[in-house]
Write a protein that binds this ligand. Structure first.
Ligand SMILES: [Zn+2]
Length: 282
């Protein structure tokens, strides 16, 4: 029974981290109702990886300064740095200067995120630690030692690793130099809409970019689809293969640059998402 409870809580934390902190908050790939945002706040607290506000801040820095010295999870420094050390090192001394280049206004205006940040430690100790350890002891007579070991230590180790993987997944599943499709050739991601982990760094605003599986088919993508069916999310940002071709032809004909093309794709996706959002309520 404790094992089932363990799997259940890890799954909820995974959803809070990947669908919540990553796709909803860090990249704004869709909008969510307040009920869902409340659930995400609780699910993220269970994971024990710090507040959503901090997570989003470091992830936005990671994307903006990707692969440079300012990238806190710089993959060029190796897997251990990207996956573990980057999360533990103290902040660089010039952090305040470049932190100003990250827009966090949307995060600051979210009541649930603000509350979670303000009361993080008390929320985490009660929701993320005491309750998960107490439930197996109270309801199915699990021993205190087992409950602390499984529901406390092991569970939080796994959820921390899931959180770190979002930033280091590139090194596990990403393309490397010399692979069949070279990393420098971005067009391959547009055309195939695959090699998802590389794709995410080019088009981070696509709601279907999956952290733990193939692009478009992952477990978290499936969960967000269910939320959409339930009317809990709307304005989902994505881009179809046809639209990508259209824009890429223009790049090929040197009518526009790749940066302009990416900007154009995002503009279109925003328009489509808003239209879809309106349609949903009519
Ligand atoms: Zn991301």
């Amino acid at each position: 029974m404790t094992v089932f409870f363990f799997i259940f809580l890890v799954t909820i934390s995974l959803i809070g981290l990947t669908a919540g902190a990553h796709r909803l908050y860090a990249h704004r790939t869709f909008t969510a109702t307040s009920e869902l945002r409340f659930f995400i706040m609780i699910a993220h607290t269970l994971a024990g990886v710090g507040s959503i506000k901090n997570w989003v801040f470091w992830h936005r820095i990671h994307h903006k300064y990707y692969g440079t010295d300012r990238d806190p999870y710089n993959h060029k420094k190796g897997f251990l740095f990207s996956h573990v050390y980057g999360n533990m090192l103290s902040s660089p001394s010039d952090l305040n200067t470049y932190a100003k280049t990250i827009d966090m206004s949307d995060i600051k205006s979210d009541g649930y995120v603000r509350t979670q940040h303000k009361f993080y430690w008390i929320l985490f100790i009660v929701l993320g630690f005491m309750i998960p350890i107490n439930i197996p002891i109270m309801y199915w007579n699990e021993s205190l030692a087992n409950s602390i070991m499984i529901m406390g230590i092991t569970r939080l180790m796994i959820t921390s690793n899931i959180s770190w993987l979002v930033n280091s997944a590139m090194l596990v599943w990403g393309l490397k130099k010399g692979d069949r499709f070279p990393v420098e050739d971005n067009s391959i991601f547009f055309i195939w809409k695959s090699f998802w982990i590389n794709y995410h760094y080019v088009i981070p605003w696509d709601w279907k970019s999956d952290e733990f599986g193939r692009y478009e088919k992952g477990f978290v993508t499936f969960i967000i689809k269910i939320w959409w069916e339930l009317g809990l999310v709307k304005e989902m940002m994505t881009v179809s293969r046809e639209k990508m071709y259209e824009v890429l032809y223009k790049v090929a004909d040197s009518e526009i640059t790749m940066d302009d093309a990416l900007e154009k794709m995002k503009e279109r996706a925003t328009e489509d998402a808003l239209k879809e959002g309106l349609m949903y309520y009519h």
